[in-house]
Design a protein around this ligand. Sequence first.
Ligand code: ZN
Length: 324
Amino acid sequence: MLRLLNHQCTKSTKLSFVLLLRTLCVFVVMTALGCKEETSSFSLPEFDGRKAYAEVEALVQFSPRDAGTSSGWKAAKHIFQRLESFGVEADLDEFVDRTPKGEKTMINVIGMVPGKKKEWIILGSHFDTMPGIENFQGANDSGSSTGVLLEMARMFGESKQVPEIGILFAFFDGEEGIAGYIPGDGLHGSRHMAKQLLETGDHKKIRAMILLDMVGDKDLKFTIPYNSSQELVKETLNAAHQLGYRDRFTLTRSIITDDHVPFLEIGIPAIDLIDFKFGSEPGLNDHWHTEADHLQNISAESLEITGQITLQIVSNLMNGKYTP
Ligand SMILES: [Zn+2]
């Protein structure tokens, strides 16, 4: 259960994330009861790449963070506690899913920052690691994106302001396939969340789903997969251009199976901001799913660039109603 607090209201109510619809109704009722909405411009603290890097450092203490293992659970609880420490309402969403190695209990971590409108933007990352790799930290895959999202959660939490559109921070378990990427294996957490949204009809309230994955490479070059929504590709390139990072983006013809796919499948605009060339030299991907995916091979600067671009996209989606 979550506890929703409106920034200017002393009234509060308990709610379940699963019943997002009810959340939104409560928010509307509270507004109707006289809770004034913030009308001044929205501003956030600076995105600090060093803080995002520190979040990755803290997370990899739990590695390997394989789905359905005790260290995976500890990582989930750690993320939950970080969200709460920032003043962001958080939920641990436990579920059981079938895998090629039998049923496994997994857990998504959700952070909620309600907005003025009955709309939400999902910012997603997985936090589990690929099983079976010796000495695997998973600092880039998936520590980097988790660290970026936690730093963003800190910014929204500490600002104590209500954004135009609500933000759902979604930390997915079970992205990695246990037996490789075969149908029904992998993407467990994102498939679970998309299913919940579809069942409640709340998928209609999701304005966009922005997935971050492998965003810590020192040579940060995003390779946007073909299976991303064109409107969000445009938004991303606009945001990158605004910040002077356009040359860090390549549009590929490749299809990438990642956590944005279950959202695309239920009609939610979604994009995968991924640098799928994580290697010892530009263009190579030889660090991916190896023990070379460690803290020394990611950089705070890359995390900061990713955070700035993502926040610019979010700002633009909110029609520039806040300045990142
Ligand atoms: Zn992976």
